[in-house]
Design a protein around this ligand. Structure first.
Ligand SMILES: [Zn+2]
Length: 256
């Protein structure tokens, strides 16, 4: 694949790698990745940065085109030293990595995506992207920058207990759109098994039970699948994207 490289100046900048001919794609795959020396370069098992980057690059390669914005926002924008200090506090004092930052007098996350958004919109002329992320902040930043976003989840296997805990904290404390960790514990097999079970129980309830019970069973099953299934967030975002499409004027063809 042809790769073009641009530097993105600014405090929240970095580099952009443009793979293949994104001009031919209506909504190219985009990964906005904040530098993580431990995860990306040293393949640390403690976070999901390395697996997320690997999966994003695999998907861009399969699509034959895409954009990687690699931002110099190490340690959620606080730098490598604060990150190391945060990890030490987290491991010794039982904090998670977010509350460790707060205990050290920092904000949990300093990162900004304004410069990245402007680069996509102004330098690359993108008005619509498929964003590889679990982070709602990135989706919001692009949408505020008038870029239509279809979120593509990155579901990675945690490589250790610590990575699993880290991802669970991301999900519960920072609102990252990750499946609950029970999903990983039970494994990928559980997904089709669970859905089959849900459909079977519902069908049996409709056939055997009195009508109100059957309706209640159906609603309960839908609620369980909604709460549990990893695709649930993308359904919600897709509905939001449709709402946006209905309420906004049609997007002009991007000029580059
Ligand atoms: Zn990391």
């Amino acid at each position: 694949m042809r790769v073009r490289v641009h530097s993105i100046p600014g405090r929240d900048g970095g580099h952009a790698l443009i793979f293949g001919d994104i001009e031919r794609v209506t909504a190219p795959l985009v990964r906005i990745h904040s530098r993580c020396l431990y995860g990306d370069a040293l393949q640390s098992d403690d976070c999901d940065c390395g697996p997320e980057l690997d999966q994003a690059m695999d998907m861009i390669q399969r699509a034959d085109a895409g954009v990687l914005l690699y931002l110099e926002q190490e340690g959620r924008g606080a730098g490598l030293e604060v990150k190391a200090e945060g990890l030490r506090v987290a491991q010794n004092e039982g904090h998670d990595t977010y509350s460790a930052y707060v205990a050290l007098g920092h904000q949990p996350d300093y990162r900004e995506f304004d410069t990245a958004t402007r680069f996509l919109a102004e330098n690359l002329g993108l008005r619509s992207v498929r964003l590889l992320t679990n982070n709602q902040d990135k989706v919001d930043a692009l949408q505020i920058g008038d870029i239509a976003v279809t979120r593509v989840p990155l579901i990675t296997e945690p490589r250790s207990r610590r990575a699993r805990e880290y991802m669970e904290v991301k999900r519960t404390h920072r609102g990252h759109l990750l499946p609950p960790m029970s999903f990983h514990r039970i494994g990928r097999l559980a997904d089709p098994v669970f859905l089959t079970l849900a459909v079977t129980v519902t069908a049996a309830a409709i056939y055997w039970a009195p009508r109100p019970l059957a309706v209640a069973a159906f609603i309960l099953m839908v609620a369980i699948v909604q709460a549990w299934h990893p695709a649930r967030t993308s359904v919600r975002l897709r509905l939001r994207a449709w709402r946006r499409k209905l309420t906004q004027r049609p997007q002009a063809t991007p000029s580059r």
